[in-house]
Design a protein around this ligand. Structure first.
Ligand code: CA
Length: 224
């Protein structure tokens, strides 16, 4: 899951980013409304955490422009105080939820989980496909009581495939979502992690295979 964090208070933004990363989200962080809009328009995110009071362009205007361009990513607005007017404007502009500062990290995580769930991508702590289950809490892949631990990148790659089963995912998409929008990671890196994942699927005796669409990307097949 990839999150865009738009918050001009740098210390707060960095603290939130750390918390989200520790909870296995990929995070892109920007500090003004214009950058927020530019990043959000890529439509790469599963959730956007958007402060209202921002330099260059406020959060409500960012949100309005996004919805006008049919970017329907769930948006969690951050308000400095519980200003009723901000909330009404925000809801009118297409926000999905609000969080009033200051808040505890558990509350932020719960809201983000709820918003990404609403999108239909996370239902429980576990994704299943064919004969395998991917556990978000233990970071492991299992089949009939046999488990293997995954590294962060392995986890993120197979999660993307299991969320979109049988759908071809281009290599570029993995790079954009996992390594970051402005990343210059070589495509080979994706191949390396795919080969690790294939070994791990083999290690638990799974019938699921990662298929290669030559030159384009990967998809999951089998294991039923
Ligand atoms: Ca602010």
């Amino acid at each position: 899951m990839k999150i865009l964090l738009v918050e001009d208070e740098v210390a707060l933004a960095e603290a939130l980013s750390e918390i989200l990363k520790r909870n296995k989200y990929s995070v892109d962080m920007v500090h003004d409304g214009e950058d927020g809009l530019e990043y959000a328009l890529t439509d790469l995110y599963d959730c956007i955490i958007l402060d209202i009071m921002l330099p260059k362009m406020n959060g409500i205007d960012v949100l309005r422009l996004l919805r006008k361009k049919h970017i329907n990513t769930p948006v969690l607005l951050l308000t400095a105080k519980s200003e009723v007017e901000d909330k009404i404007n925000g809801l009118d502009s297409g926000a999905d939820d609000f969080l009033t500062k200051p808040f505890v990290s558990g509350e932020l995580l719960a809201r983000v989980r709820a918003l990404t769930r609403r999108r239909g991508e996370v239902v429980t702590d576990e994704f299943t496909f064919g004969d395998i289950a991917l556990n978000k809490s233990t970071f492991s892949l299992s089949r009939e009581g046999q488990f293997v631990k995954l590294s962060l990148k392995e986890y993120q790659i197979i999660e993307m495939m299991m969320v979109n089963p049988k759908q071809l995912i281009p290599k570029e998409r993995f790079i954009e979502k996992i390594w970051g929008y402005e990343s210059d990671v070589e495509y080979n890196n994706v191949e390396v992690y795919i080969s690790f994942l294939r070994k791990k699927l083999g290690a638990i005796g799974s019938g699921v295979t990662i298929k290669t669409a030559r030159g384009i990307g990967y998809y999951l097949e089998g294991g039923d």
